[in-house]
Design a protein around this ligand. Structure first.
Ligand code: OOB
Length: 546
């Protein structure tokens, strides 16, 4: 057995600011925070309903007893490998059961999953490895025609804290990479010692969409994440009969906890994993497994509607279709109920915390034109004008929020406190909203420098910084432009003495290790950047050029 590698703890006071003591007390007294550890969920359900169906991935199926057994075995394997409570482990897996098994096994051990998206590359993963001093990195062998083992080898080479690479599938020509399946041992070995973590400790790290150049990490605790999932599950009325289809990436907060996988498993229901977001794949799974609820983003909705018309699948079991991550156009929203025969639920959430849902009981008009209201009575909402003062209901302003599952600061990032949080702890979402007297919010735009490309968030500054490294680029500005299919696409305005093409720029960014979805969809050359009165690049003027 390997000696546990020595690493920095994850809870040095400077790592992330928690909630003030009086709020902690208030959230516990109100019963929002119930001292539960995420890693205990499968075992609790296994005791209550051992033979009920918990997880389905293709032809592979787990009852709750089997899920708990495999998670225990995996946690033991991770422990034997040298992983210890508090260790950060980067998890970059596509939609497959191993994500769920590993996620709970890490929690059982007390380790902290760091969520990466399958599309992330050297730039993003390297940043995560550096910032978290991750002890491990878990990847698929190949996914979407990309060899993740090559990336893992490069990351390991450059990050000495990263002791272990675990590969789901074939480790290929990397003898020191460990095949995931060997972690089970013979399946009868001891589980990891019970997690010594407290419910208020760091449980997982989510990536923020970002607006400041380098991706920021969001600390979520057992307390707050369990509350998030449990409350959302209540509003969606999940129970043992729920069959949840996970269509969007499993590592996405929406899919995992809003109420998603976590909410379903906490309710004793069944999670079915869709390997890809293709509507026909989803329809087949809905018919075969009797799916009752699923979640998609707005760009998928037109495909669902047209494929539904073309193929007439039997979606009789489907009760609720959640749509979120980007603005759903009202007209599209109105078609969902009549055409698919299920209820629509709009979901306006953020990895930072705050989650808004429409309720199945809301009037049709509210469901089709608002993005819901906060799930917790303890969510505090402020909508402020440019002067920072609250605006009346019905008027547009920036959404600020504070509450029992919204962060008070980013992980290892004290420098961002002033820009992203008020002195009294409200998180500035960067979203422009209007609030109805009922509390429902309609998203009307944003003030943050971000592109929401069909739900995938692109930090304009991050891409601009990479573009400026191009030898032919003198100035760069990335802006969002409206797009019928994706809602928004990205356009890079460049001042350059060469004539870079979209493909040339994409290749350059790929070379720099940036995820492909961040490459600009269009490139426009201009002679000179328009400037604001204070000398900053005038992005409104750039948008007006299109
Ligand atoms: C979800 O989380 P993130 O962290 O990828 O992105 C958050 C941002 C929000 O601040 C907002 O700008 C945008 O995504 N957004 C929406 C929206 N839902 C999210 N904008 C308009 N309408 C909506 N319905 O995207 C996320 C997290 C949990 C649940 C659902 C989505």
């Amino acid at each position: 057995m390997d000696a546990p590698p020595s690493r920095e703890p994850d809870r040095a006071p400077a790592d992330w600011p928690g909630w003030p003591a009086e709020d902690v007390q208030r959230y516990r007294a109100a019963g929002y925070w119930r001292d539960e550890l995420l890693g205990d969920i499968p075992a609790r359900q296994a005791a209550e309903r051992p033979h009920a169906s918990a997880l389905v991935d293709g032809e592979r199926r787990w009852t709750y007893a089997e899920l708990d057994r495999d998670i225990r075995a995996l946690s033991g394997g991770l422990h034997r490998l040298g992983f210890r409570p508090g260790d950060r482990v980067i998890v970059q897996l596509p939609n497959q059961a191993e994500f769920v098994l590993l996620w709970f096994a890490l929690h059982r051990l007390g380790a902290v999953p760091v969520h990466a998206m399958p599309g992330h590359r050297r730039a993003e993963i390297g940043h995560l490895a550096r910032l978290t001093e991750a002890a491990g990195y878990v990847v698929p062998d190949r996914h979407a025609r990309f060899d993740h083992r090559e990336l893992a080898a490069e990351i390991r080479e450059n990050h000495r804290t990263l002791q272990r690479v675990i590969v789901v599938g074939d480790p290929g020509g990397h003898p020191d990479f460990l095949p995931f399946d060997t972690l089970y041992g013979d399946g009868t070995g001891p589980a990891a010692p019970p997690s010594p973590r407290a419910p208020g400790d760091l449980a997982l790290l989510l990536l923020s969409g970002g607006t400041t150049g380098t991706p920021k990490l969001i600390p979520r605790t057992h307390h707050d994440y369990a509350y998030n999932a449990r409350t959302a599950a209540g509003i969606c009325r999940l129970g043992p009969d729920t069959v949840y289809l996970a269509v969007l990436p499993l590592a996405f907060n929406f899919t995992l906890a809003c109420p998603g996988i976590l909410g379903t498993l906490m309710s004793g229901g069944t999670v079915v994993i869709a390997p890809n977001p293709d509507p026909l794949t989803a329809f087949r799974l809905i018919e075969r497994e009797g799916v009752t609820v699923t979640a998609v983003n707005p760009p998928l909705v037109p495909y669902w509607l047209s494929e539904h018309r073309a193929h007439q699948p039997d979606l009789a079991t489907l009760q609720l279709l959640q749509v979120g991550a980007a603005r759903l156009p009202d007209d599209l929203a109105r078609r969902i109920g009549p055409e698919l025969g299920c209820r629509l639920q709009q979901v306006f959430g953020m990895a930072e915390g705050l989650l808004n849902l429409t309720s199945p009981d809301d009037p049709e008009e509210i469901i089709c034109t608002t993005q819901g209201r906060p799930i917790s009575p303890a969510d505090e909402i402020r909508v402020t004008g440019p002067d920072g003062r609250p605006v009346p209901d019905g008027h547009t302003g920036e959404l600020l929020t504070r509450g029992p599952y919204t962060l008070r600061g980013y992980y290892r990032s004290p420098g961002h406190a002033a820009t992203h949080f008020t002195d009294d702890g409200f998180y500035r979402t960067g979203d422009l909203v209007r609030r109805l007297p009922s509390g429902h919010l309609t998203v009307v735009g944003r003030v943050k420098d971000q592109i929401n490309r069909g739900g995938e968030k692109i930090d304009a500054t991050e891409v601009e910084d990479h573009l400026l490294a191009h030898p032919g680029v003198l100035q760069a500005a990335v802006v969002a432009v409206p797009d019928t299919a994706l809602g928004e696409r990205s356009v890079a305005f460049l001042v350059s003495d060469e004539a870079p093409t979209v493909r040339g720029i994409a290749a350059f960014l790929r070379e720099r290790g940036l995820a492909a979805y961040k490459a600009p969809d269009r490139v426009r050359l201009i002679d000179r950047m328009p400037l604001t009165a204070v000398g900053k690049i005038d992005k409104n003027a750039l948008r007006a050029l299109i």
